[in-house]
Unconditional design. Sequence first.
Length: 91
Amino acid sequence: MVHGTLVALLVAFGTAIGVLVLLVTYRSTLANREDDQIFLDPAERSLANEQRAIVKRMQQIGRPITALFILAGSLLVAIVGLWLWQGLRNY
């Protein structure tokens, strides 16, 4: 029974890490398109709006990334704890 739980935790951990890698990669591609300073005349307002949209998407993706880091960390602690408990029980 513990073996099945350990496998389920490992699958959940792998899934969380996979999604986390995808989100961090997406945020990285957005950061490449973001400019720190942008000097525009009034005719180039569309570029300023595009930069605002990029910054907004980067801010929105920050919370899920933090939540996935916490989830992956807690799953890792649970996996290690269960593995150690199973090893001590069989010792």
